[in-house]
Design a binder for this molecule. Structure first.
Ligand code: ZN
Length: 697
């Protein structure tokens, strides 16, 4: 009781002494903008911290109101009420973390470091609240007699499970330890991420001799010269250890020593025994995760994590990965032989190294398929590809995207769209933030700044797609590689999953599904990007408007299976490395030894590195993918299987598309996910279409 009074007093004090500033703080008012989009232009650095603090206090008061309710616990006054609370905190967190990953600066990084452990403690405070848990348990125990709808029942079960998994049933001692562990893990992961970004930005391959640019396409040289300018090396050329800068260099540069130097800087990130080294962070995180799993009654972190997924057990995950590891590795060994033969033919007297892979595989690809990325790129302007993605969504799901130049933005170079359904009703807002810049993390992702829901008034989803596409060329056009075309469709698939959502409650809405399901709607969308019939509709030369020639298109389609051994092997190696870290129960002495031994045991060949080495494996040490990197393959099994009916009946077959919309893109987490899949497909997913798709059969 005392605690509650204390919190209440401090909030009143806080409100009265800073009232004026709070009146200016956008997070503390109703957003007075179209569609109640956050007023990005008005949000300043000084608004975040007070909004986080006030948001947390407000949230605790709301929880106290639920627990002190004199009425008996009911679905409405407890479970639904929990969906309603924490609005201020949601508003500030959604904007802050969206911008932290896409448009950060030192102040934001600093605030993230201090606020993350506090948010984590705050979350635990609620999840470990005994009075609250007692109420939830009481509703849960009488669920059979409540005549709940399917979605309501799902909400109740998911709420109950999240409290159990957070340790609500633990003794006080164990609960305290759990809180400490969660806070440490949260800070360590932020630190890990910042170290990787520092290491990535911290290395530049500077070239000052034009001869050393031999082999590189003109466009890459120009980008490198601009990069040099922005880093204060005017007149020189700079390449960075990012995928977007490094891959073209590894693919085309004739300078073997420089390729090796750049690649080494990439794979050594976080492993340079300097202040940004991640090895000790990994050791600490792995030990803490094991301790946490044991507290929760599991053998190891992987068992604990997988208990809450579609896959359920480590055996099932390992089984899936092994099924594809063997044919993938066998194919990769044949690819090595082919490249080694080429090296010999060219008079080279060396063994293919991992940093050589892109260069020689590109030569083989050219000799077999006779086209280069540079030939393809002019047909894939970012603008046209996005229009193509919109067109696919329109044909499949009867939605349209209308550009709105008047909506709030945090940068001038991002774009915003109003999304409408067939009845011209607005169903959501979609933003694209596509251009590479140093303030953005690597990779590509989707973010919801607001989730869809209907239980408390109609909340429109606000969805961001963030990518790292090349800057505009001198004609003002950003040209994409075919891989980037797939990325755009992929993120757009996540976007649709958020935008088409038709859930009642926000916590069951859109992409808030298990990790081994969430990549299914995104990877599914890539299928259309690979169909020649669809590509033709948007692949127009950015200068002449001429459609992509059939011959080139056929080569792209044929090249889809090229290098499949490498791609399968580097991915599955990383997925198995993730599982190795998190099924391990003994103390780690040396991070690199552990990694090397794990990969050697699998039989990984020296010509291929794991797609991520541990010290920059952000998915598992900074993102939410620990014991979950396998999910991309798991969902690919589903996606290949789910696309079969479109292959058989037509790419935009109406009845199939309707079912896909209803049971996949709109249904969020409102029912058991395997049940939804079976409703769409008629049976559980089958692995054969994937093996066939990769050409590994
Ligand atoms: Zn994804």
């Amino acid at each position: 009781m005392n605690n509650k009074i204390l919190i209440l007093t401090s909030v009143i004090f806080f409100l009265s002494c800073t009232n004026e500033e709070n009146n200016m703080n956008p997070f503390l008012q109703e957003y007075d903008t179209p569609f109640k989009i956050p007023p990005f232009e008005d949000i300043k650095m000084q608004h975040y911290k007070p909004a986080f603090e006030l948001g947390m206090e407000e949230n605790l008061l709301e929880i106290n109101k639920i627990t002190s309710n004199q009425e008996k616990p009911s679905f409405e006054n407890t479970i639904v009420e929990l969906e309603r609370v924490g609005k201020t905190l949601d508003k500030v967190s959604n904007v802050f973390f969206n911008l932290l990953s896409s448009n950060t600066n030192e102040d934001m990084d600093d605030l993230a470091m201090t606020i993350s452990p506090r948010l984590s403690a705050h979350g635990d405070n609620i999840l470990l609240n005994k009075e609250l848990f007692e109420r939830i348990k009481s509703v849960y125990s009488k669920r059979a007699s409540l005549s709940l709808s399917v979605e309501q029942n799902r909400l109740l079960e998911e709420t109950y499970k999240s409290f159990i998994r957070s340790g609500a049933n633990l003794s006080d001692n164990k609960m305290n330890r759990l809180t400490e562990i969660n806070q440490s893990l949260s800070s360590l992961s932020v630190q890990f991420d910042q170290n990787v970004l520092k290491e990535t930005n911290g290395f530049s391959l500077i070239i000052d001799n034009e001869e050393q640019l031999s082999g590189l396409p003109e466009e890459e040289i120009r980008l490198a010269s601009e990069l040099a300018k922005s880093e204060g090396h005017e007149g020189k050329w700079v390449f960075k250890p990012t995928r977007v800068s490094m891959y073209p260099f590894l693919t085309y540069s004739d300078q073997r020593d420089l390729r090796e130097k750049l690649y080494d800087s990439y794979i050594k990130r976080g492993d340079n025994s300097n202040e940004s080294d991640n090895k000790n962070i990994i050791k600490e995180m792995v030990a803490l995760r094991t301790e946490k799993a044991k507290l929760m009654g599991f053998e190891n972190h992987a068992d604990f994590v997988l208990d809450n997924t579609m896959a359920k057990t480590t055996e099932r995950v390992d089984g899936l990965l092994q099924k594809i590891w063997k044919p993938g590795l066998a194919r990769a060994k044949r690819e090595v032989e082919e490249m080694q033969k080429l090296i010999q033919e060219e008079g080279g007297n060396f063994k293919l190294a991992s940093s050589d892979w892109w260069y020689y595989s590109e030569k083989i690809r050219q000799s077999k398929y006779n086209f280069t990325e540079e030939e393809v790129k002019p047909y894939f302007s970012e603008e046209n590809v996005l229009a193509g993605a919109f067109d696919v969504a329109e044909k499949l799901f009867e939605v349209s995207f209308i550009e709105r130049k008047d909506l709030p933005k945090y940068r001038d170079d991002i774009r915003s769209f109003e999304v409408k359904d067939a009845d011209e009703k607005t169903i959501g807002i979609f933003y694209t933030d596509y251009t590479l810049r140093p303030s953005k993390g690597g990779g590509a992702w989707m973010n919801s700044v607001r989730s869809q829901s209907t239980f408390d008034g109609n909340q429109l989803p606000i969805v961001f797609n963030v990518c790292n596409f090349p800057p505009k060329n001198k004609e003002g056009v950003s040209l994409l590689s075919f891989e980037q075309v797939e990325t755009l469709f992929h993120e757009f698939g996540h976007g649709l999953h958020g935008l088409l959502s038709q859930a009642t409650y926000p916590s069951l809405s859109g992409t808030r599904v298990t990790r081994d399901y969430v990549e299914f709607p995104s990877q599914m969308m890539e299928n259309w990007a690979r169909e020649p019939e669809v590509i033709k509709t948007f692949a127009k030369h950015y200068k002449t408007g001429e459609a992509i020639p059939d011959e080139l298109l056929n080569k792209i389609a044929a090249a889809g299976k090229f290098n499949a051994g490498f791609e399968t092997t580097e991915y599955v190696a990383a997925a198995l490395l993730d599982m190795a870290w998190h099924t391990n129960e003994t103390e780690i002495q040396d991070v690199n030894d552990f990694e090397d031994t794990s990969l050697e045991e699998l039989g990984l060949i020296p010509e291929i590195e794991s797609r991520y080495r541990s010290t920059y494996f952000g998915h598992i040490f900074a993102g939410g993918y620990s014991s979950g990197y396998y999910s991309y393959l798991w969902t690919e099994v589903m996606e290949a299987d789910a696309f079969e009916p479109f292959r058989e009946k037509g790419l935009f077959h109406k009845e199939t598309a309707d079912k896909l919309k209803k049971f996949v893109y709109s249904s969020g987490n409102t029912d058991d996910l395997m049940t939804q899949y079976v409703r769409y497909r008629g049976s559980e997913p089958n692995i054969e279409p994937l093996i066939k798709k990769r050409g590994l059969d």
